[in-house]
Design a protein around this ligand. Structure first.
Ligand SMILES: [Zn+2]
Length: 406
């Protein structure tokens, strides 16, 4: 056992930092010297991240990411549990494909990889068979064709069946409407092809499903515009939660990341949207922060620019930097990064904090360099930027999983 002493560590029950010593196991021999004690003065410890929306790409697209590189990227971002989305090849929407993915996830021992099953035209009548195996469900609303598609009239049927089997698993739905997107398909820019009303109309539908199926946990992912926030403000449903990605807190159309990183779904919105989103996130109206980690190679981005950017390593620097700029507070960040995602995915919250922990420096800025970026595709929308929140240690289940020396 190694003692990490004088650590300013977050206590979940007291909702504040306190100075403590903790003991961790160094099973992976990450500490080069046989030191029994490391002085952590000047560093802070917070509960490690749970990311409810990632695309680790395996099986099928291993040239972009795989379970091992995804897990290494996650641990380098202070994230120790992820929920992997279903748009792999094969698509994750059957018992076989879920079990295949769980087996692939066992290749690594850095993090827990939970598996979402898509609800599709192929499986919407068989969810009772799938339920014991998956960790969550995902409905891909803006899907026009292919195996991920579900016809809208079948969504209520699938939700009714999930209510009947009393699933406790969340149903995650991306708020972008198929019909609106197809209507604007020929517009000249990505922003105009996927306008805010596509989100508003989809969110209204998600809202109605949450109202009709009160026993289900319905979760709207990737909120990006102010109308969604207005709707959230007006009505509160206890079984409806939401998230946004770090990228919508950082970027807007007037302030976009470099060329290829600018294309994401939903698209970047106006500065006003971003400011309102940040406020809604700061007050907890939007409960959760996720990455929507969706890596593509730079060659693919240059060729046909598929939507999506890496992000699992970028969440924490975004949040810590926003804290330094007095736009967020630690209490809210810990809720959004750990507590609410744990509630959504039914993960036990470790009240005395020392078993799943990220230890970082909140005071000294660092530059996002190429070396820092761990995703297989080797690029970040934040490259070159100065951020706060450089990670020194990550601990999962009491075991040291990452140690960086600077
Ligand atoms: Zn996604």
């Amino acid at each position: 056992m190694v003692k990490l002493s004088n650590l300013k560590c977050w206590n979940i029950q007291q909702r504040d930092f306190q100075i403590i010593d903790i003991e961790v196991q160094d099973k992976l021999n990450l500490l080069s010297s046989k030191k029994q004690e490391i002085d952590c003065s000047g560093l802070i410890g917070i509960p490690s991240g749970i990311d409810t929306h990632v695309h680790f790409r395996e099986p099928g697209f291993e040239h972009k990411e795989d379970m091992l590189t995804g897990a290494l990227t996650a641990i380098n971002g202070g994230v120790t549990t992820v929920l992997d989305m279903a748009n792999t090849n094969p698509i994750t929407d059957s018992v076989e494909s879920i079990l295949q993915k769980k087996k692939l996830a066992e290749k690594q021992q850095f993090i827990d990889i939970l598996i979402a099953s898509a609800i599709t035209n192929r499986n919407y009548k068989k969810l009772d068979k799938i339920d014991p195996f998956c960790d969550a469900y995902k409905i891909f609303l803006p899907e026009f064709e292919g195996d991920l598609r579900i016809d809208e009239e079948r969504i209520s049927i699938s939700l009714a069946s999930l209510e009947e089997i009393e699933t406790g698993k969340p149903i995650i739905i991306q708020a972008e409407d198929q019909e609106i997107i197809s209507r604007y398909n020929n517009k000249e820019t990505h922003q105009k092809q996927r306008p805010p009303e596509a989100e508003t109309i989809a969110f209204q539908k998600i809202f109605n499903w949450a109202k009709d199926f009160r026993s289900l946990k319905i979760h709207a992912t990737l909120l990006s515009n102010s109308l969604s926030i207005k709707m959230l403000e007006m009505t509160h449903l206890p079984n409806l939660t939401s998230d946004t990605s770090f990228r919508y807190l950082l970027f807007d159309v007037e302030n976009v990341p470099p060329e290829y990183a600018a294309k994401v779904n939903p698209p970047f919105r106006s500065k006003m949207d971003r400011n309102l989103l940040l406020k809604a996130f700061a007050t907890g109206l939007i409960e959760i922060i996720c990455s929507d980690h969706a890596p593509h190679t730079l060659e693919e981005k240059a060729k046909n620019n598929p939507s999506g950017i890496p992000g699992i390593q970028e969440i924490l620097p975004t949040l810590v930097t926003k804290i330094k700029q007095s736009e967020l507070e630690w209490d809210r960040v810990i809720e959004a990064f750990h507590i609410f995602p744990a509630k959504l995915l039914d993960i036990e919250i470790d009240n005395y904090h020392a078993r799943n922990l990220v230890i970082l420096d909140e005071n000294v800025p660092f530059k996002i360099s190429k070396d820092w970026v761990k995703t297989k595709v080797k690029w970040s929308a934040l490259q070159g930027q100065n951020m706060f929140g450089r990670i020194h240690f990550v601990i999962k289940d009491g075991i040291l999983k990452l140690h960086n020396t600077f």
